[in-house]
Design a protein around this ligand. Structure first.
Ligand SMILES: Nc1ncnc2c1ncn2[C@@H]1O[C@H](COP(=O)(O)OP(=O)(O)OP(=O)(O)O)[C@@H](O)[C@H]1O
Length: 572
């Protein structure tokens, strides 16, 4: 046994079978299945070659039977069309003369190379079982392999989420839990429906995912759905097919439920990027070194089909008239103005941001106000991995918090009812949330209310600002690595301040540098990790955005909620 083989097979393979290649004389495949994956040892005229498929690259398998008589290959290591025709094991359209059963195994393996040529490549392995004279017996063998592969995949999921909901008796197999997909047909350039049908559904079928699809009919539809429907039936997760705006709706809709805490602890959230910015989808792939740029939809869908998740920081945002929850960014000034004002160029996709930024630089505006923040000393502060996740009781009190930072329990209840902000988008209808009907739950604040001064250990900067922007994951958009050192659950808000004295050269360097992450060191740019901050604008001269969505202009403060959500990601 060589090194690769022993690595894959130790301690011992669970299933092992020998297959013959009819088209090649004297060629034999020994296929072994263990909890680490598949190991295929090919022997041709005494030469031995070993190929392996790691379990984490396998997304599913299906049992089939033949449709036509003239099959000859026992396995196809590529997606090339052979002359093998098969039908589902339950189909009536089968060839009675062939007693073989087939197992199709679907895997997406990483093709390594230079950064740009790195990609995930589809591999379909077809095993033909025909040792017995009766189809039923051969199918039993194929089923045995299928069940074992599914069992190993389930064990891997269990190892990743040992304390999950599924440990209870409610669901026997992790992989069987249902996923809700919420699709925004208006996101990005308006191609989400086609993308879902052509690129996502085939992967969901291969992964045998149990799911429901909801296509939004208007803005706030997603928010209403997750607030009012039984989300416990979607314990497999909630996945948006759209941009960051639709995920923002889902997160805020969940926070409007009395059972928000247990849902955030159990539910996995996901995004299939069809928007213009797609900041979170890119950040998730970047965090796990996945080749996103080559095929964003494939990489993001694989995250969902595999079912693994990782914790994600959220941010609690309080304005004078509402409490919101954010996963991506908060902005005031230049970048927010570009985001909102370039909406009219939506048909251009992500290009709209670049074009509008150039225009804004010609007539650069500044905005008067005060920005205060509580810096994080990264040397001495507790690393994220050892931070406790806070727990809240049904009244919003913090249970496991130390007494010196006891929660300000009623900060969000004072908000009472809140009017919704409606963004206009051509061709859509809008449905208002009934006033008084919606109440924001979610974790309480641990910082002083907006109408009280900030504590003495906060830093205060007054004056005219070109922009104030904060991000928690790395990427604001696919091509904008705004917080290069961010981790998904580092407990940091990465805050950037640019005052109006900055030269055009430095501002230009800053904007260009955002695509590579070098902007953080440009002169006259303050870039600092904080756990909370406050913006008090003096005049409503600029847009205020949360996760790229426009909110009513007002004073605002934000604080980090470490590891508040769980998101689908390529966790090993
Ligand atoms: N059916 C619909 N018609 C019109 N607007 C909708 C519909 N469904 C959702 N919306 C709204 O569309 C807005 C934008 O959606 P989304 O974030 O999916 O796309 P995007 O703005 O192109 O992407 P990104 O946020 O990444 O830039 C959201 O604020 C959402 O409320």
């Amino acid at each position: 046994m060589n090194e690769i083989e022993s690595d894959y097979i130790s301690p011992s393979p669970t299933l092992e079978e020998t297959f013959y290649i009819l088209s090649k004389r004297n060629a034999v495949y020994r296929v072994k299945l263990s909890e680490k994956g598949l190991c295929m040892i090919k022997e041709v005229n005494g030469n031995v070659k070993t190929e392996t498929i790691a379990l984490e690259d396998i997304i599913g398998c299906r049992c089939m039977r033949s449709k036509r008589f003239d099959q000859k290959c026992i396995w196809h290591p590529t997606s090339r069309k052979g002359n093998l025709k098969v039908v589902d094991e339950n189909s009536v359209d089968w060839d009675e003369s062939d007693v073989s059963a087939y197992l199709y195994i679907y895997a997406y393996v990483l093709k390594k190379g230079k950064v740009k040529s790195k990609k995930r490549e589809r591999i379909v392995i077809t095993l033909r079982f025909r040792s017995y004279d009766r189809y039923e017996d051969n199918m039993k063998e194929a089923q045995k392999w299928k069940v074992t592969i599914k069992y190993f995949m389930d064990c891997a999921l269990q190892r990743c989420h040992p304390l999950s909901f599924y440990n209870s008796e409610k669901t026997s197999l992790l992989g069987d839990a249902k996923v809700l997909f919420i699709l925004n047909p208006k996101s990005g350039v308006g191609k989400a429906r086609e993308t879902f049908q052509n690129k996502v559904v085939p992967l969901l079928t291969e992964g045998d995912l149990n799911y429901d699809l909801h296509v939004t009919r208007h803005a706030h539809d997603a928010r209403n759905i997750v607030r009012t429907q039984n989300m416990w039936q979607y314990i497999g997760g909630i996945v948006v097919i759209g941009g960051d705006g639709i995920l923002y709706e889902v997160i805020n809709g969940l926070m409007e439920r009395p059972d928000w805490e247990s849902l955030f602890a159990e539910l996995k959230l996901g995004v299939i990027p069809c928007g213009s910015g797609n900041g979170l989808a890119k950040s998730l792939s970047y965090a796990f070194s996945e080749p996103y740029d080559h095929c964003p939809i494939l990489v993001s869908t694989l995250n969902v089909v595999r079912g693994m998740s990782t914790p994600l920081d959220l941010v609690r945002v309080e304005t004078e008239n509402q409490v919101l929850f954010s996963f991506l960014s908060i902005g005031w000034g230049l970048l927010s103005d570009v985001d909102i004002e370039s909406e009219r160029l939506r048909a251009l996709g992500a290009q709209r941001f670049t074009m509008w930024t150039i225009g804004k630089l010609v007539t650069l505006k500044s905005h008067r106000g005060t920005v205060s923040y509580l810096p994080i000393d990264q040397e001495s502060d507790t690393p994220s991995s050892t931070r406790r996740r806070l727990h809240f009781d049904s009244e919003g009190d913090v249970r496991s918090m130390a007494s010196e930072d006891a929660g300000r329990r009623d900060s969000f209840y004072s908000v009472g009812s809140r009017k919704s902000n409606y963004l206009s988008a051509a061709g859509s209808s809008y449905e208002s949330l009934a006033e008084d009907a919606v109440r924001t739950f979610g974790p309480p604040s641990r910082i002083p209310p907006l109408d009280q001064p900030v504590p003495s250990d906060w830093k205060v900067v007054k004056g005219d600002f070109v922009m104030v922007h904060a991000s928690y994951p790395t990427h604001l958009m696919t091509d904008c690595i705004f917080a290069p050192d961010a981790k998904l659950d580092d407990g940091c808000i990465w805050l950037c301040l640019i005052k109006s004295g900055i030269s055009r050269t430095h501002l230009f360097q800053f904007l260009i540098g955002m695509s590579s992450g070098t902007h953080t060191n440009v002169s006259d740019v303050i870039f600092v990790p904080v756990s909370a901050f406050r913006i008090e604008p003096e005049t409503p001269s600029s847009h205020l955005t949360v996760d790229g969505e426009l909110i009513k202009h007002s004073a605002l403060q934000a604080e980090i909620l470490p590891a508040m959500a769980n998101v689908f990601a390529r966790v090993q």
